[in-house]
Write a protein that binds this ligand. Structure first.
Ligand code: SAM
Length: 216
């Protein structure tokens, strides 16, 4: 029933999503500025909003701003958002899209910015990782350091990043899953998803890691 996924997604989106002018403007303005259509899907954005509210997150660190779609989801759910973006055009577009919300966008490469945030002693209630696939483990490692006890780290696209040419690329003890599994600072789960993205011809198996940082 994998092929039914787009129909279920469309039906659920029509039933569960409410009009949101800020999110709709973010999508159209990002498109006008030539940004790629790779923001989280509206239902996933709503998931992030619910998660923010469930844990009462007042501060969220995001890695990968793009045009600020997920940023808006966190900010409208009541969090101050610090977002890291490597591409100046994406940063500028995001700043246009998040006007009026409590958002700071830091221009730079995640692995340059994250150690500085640790040095500054910054702590967040939640960290959302949605950038390049190559450095996912390193970004996750810094994210855990930047999350307060009992806060959470959300690592998006972890399943997509594991596949290469139709195979799981790394099943060794050095894989990202094995590293996360050995990490005593956290308890983590992998939530499989079926992504019905307009850019993709068929539904795609994906999934995210959700980890809680253990209390002290
Ligand atoms: N979270 C966004 C949303 O849902 O609207 C989507 C983010 S998009 C999938 C990934 C973004 O991460 C792109 O804007 C890209 O330029 C940025 N990016 C990629 N590698 C990065 C890095 N090493 N450091 C910071 N940003 C990076």
């Amino acid at each position: 029933n994998f092929r039914l996924a787009p129909h279920v997604e469309a039906q659920a989106s029509a039933a569960l999503l409410r009009p949101n002018p800020k999110l709709e403007h973010a999508l159209s303005n990002s498109k006008s500025n030539g940004l790629p259509p790779i923001s989280v899907l509206p239902m996933s954005g709503q998931y992030l909003s619910i998660l923010t509210q469930l844990i009462g997150a007042k501060s969220v660190l995001e890695i990968g701003t793009l045009g600020g779609y997920s940023t808006i989801c966190f900010a409208e759910a009541g969090a101050k958002v610090t977002s890291i973006e490597i591409d100046p055009k994406h940063r500028d577009t995001a700043l246009q899209n998040v006007q009026g919300l409590d958002v700071e966008v830091i221009l730079g490469a995640a692995l340059d910015v994250l150690p500085k945030l640790v040095e500054e002693g910054r702590q967040f209630d939640m960290v959302f990782i949605d950038a390049d696939f190559d450095d996912q483990w390193e970004q996750f490692d810094w994210a855990v350091q930047l999350t307060r006890p009992n806060g959470c780290v959300f690592l998006d696209d972890v399943v997509a990043s594991m596949f290469k040419d139709g195979h799981v690329e790394d099943e060794s003890s050095d894989s990202i899953l094995a590293k996360i599994g050995r990490d005593e600072r956290i308890q983590a789960t992998l939530m499989p998803t079926v992504a019905c993205h307009p850019m993709l011809p068929t539904p795609v198996f994906n999934g995210f890691i959700l980890a809680i940082v253990k209390g002290v």
